[in-house]
Design a protein around this ligand. Structure first.
Ligand code: AMP
Length: 280
């Protein structure tokens, strides 16, 4: 494992590898690594000559200052976890200045409306921040493939849109969601939950499974009513949104078509911790 803190040295290192036609797999993360992240690293390692992982809590994608301040930062533990994989991974852990210089602002992106739904609607500016950091990191790392988690499904569609619009020469690979034993989707934010909250939060995935089952025979409205009612009896869980949308356009379902693929999306606040999940 090699760690770089500045892009100049990283670029110089990668230039040599690219010269020899090596493929580069890249996984952008915000650290506080868990097995979900590690599964992306392993996949990249299988599919590429070189794997680069970035660890950077990107300020411009946070619309909530408290969420940014409280985001877990445990770099030493992250490094230990990567080392324990025994894979030759390059880590890029830049400072804010190395990425943004003195101007910590987002570029504006047009994702053809994908940005106005769900996470984009609830977190204004979030996807401009995501686009800004991912495009910047792609320019620095020049990856052949980049790996993203299905947990942030809307983010994967948005990144794909950006890659197409900006004609970036990278293939986006979506990887399945890793879960805790109780079904809760692994997330760095889970670190901030009490053990009781963590246990109760398993209800999020349980309700997605139930929604999926109901959706086979019932209308969206029936499923929606079921889920919203079910959350009313969960004292620790505050449902922010639940929706079922077209998997390609993210348009909320109005009528069920057999030929279309749908996906359910959910966001739940557990105390001050905001969790998301999805199922298809
Ligand atoms: P983050 O550090 O939260 O920005 O996540 C970095 C990448 O890991 C993103 O592409 C996430 O979608 C992905 N990821 C996060 N949680 C999981 C999970 N439970 N399973 C698989 N991938 C995940």
């Amino acid at each position: 494992m090699t760690v770089f803190n500045n892009q100049k040295e990283l670029k110089a290192h990668l230039k040599l590898l690219l010269k020899n036609n090596k493929t580069i797999g890249f996984i952008p993360t915000m650290g506080a690594l868990h097995n979900g992240h590690l599964s992306l690293f392993k996949k990249s390692f299988q599919q590429n000559d070189v794997t680069v992982v970035s660890i950077f809590v990107n300020p411009t994608q946070f619309n909530n200052k408290e969420d940014l301040d409280k985001y877990p930062r445990i770099f030493e533990e992250d490094i230990k976890k990567i080392k324990s994989l025994n894979l030759d991974i390059i880590v890029y852990a830049p400072t804010i200045e190395d990425i943004y210089g003195k101007n910590v602002v987002s570029e504006r992106f047009d994702y053809d409306g994908l940005e106005n739904k769900m996470e984009g609607k609830q977190r204004p500016g979030h996807f401009d921040g995501v686009g800004t950091i991912v495009k910047t990191l792609f320019t620095i790392v020049n990856p052949t493939r980049a790996y993203f988690g299905e947990k942030d499904y809307q983010q994967v569609l948005i990144i794909n849109k950006m890659v197409k619009k900006h004609q970036l020469p990278v293939k986006i690979v979506m990887c399945p969601i890793l879960r805790e034993k109780n079904g809760l989707a692994m997330s760095s934010r889970n670190e901030r939950l009490t053990s009781e909250e963590r246990e109760k939060a398993s209800f999020i995935y349980a309700s997605l499974l139930k929604a999926k089952e109901l959706f086979q025979t019932e209308s969206f409205q029936e499923v929606y009513n079921f889920v919203t009612k079910a959350f009313q009896s969960q004292k620790l869980l505050d449902l922010e949104y639940f929706t079922i949308a077209d998997s390609k356009t993210l348009m909320e379902i109005t009528k069920k078509y057999k030929t279309k693929k749908y996906r359910a999306f959910i966001a739940v606040n557990v105390g001050k911790v905001r969790l998301i999940d999805t199922i298809h």
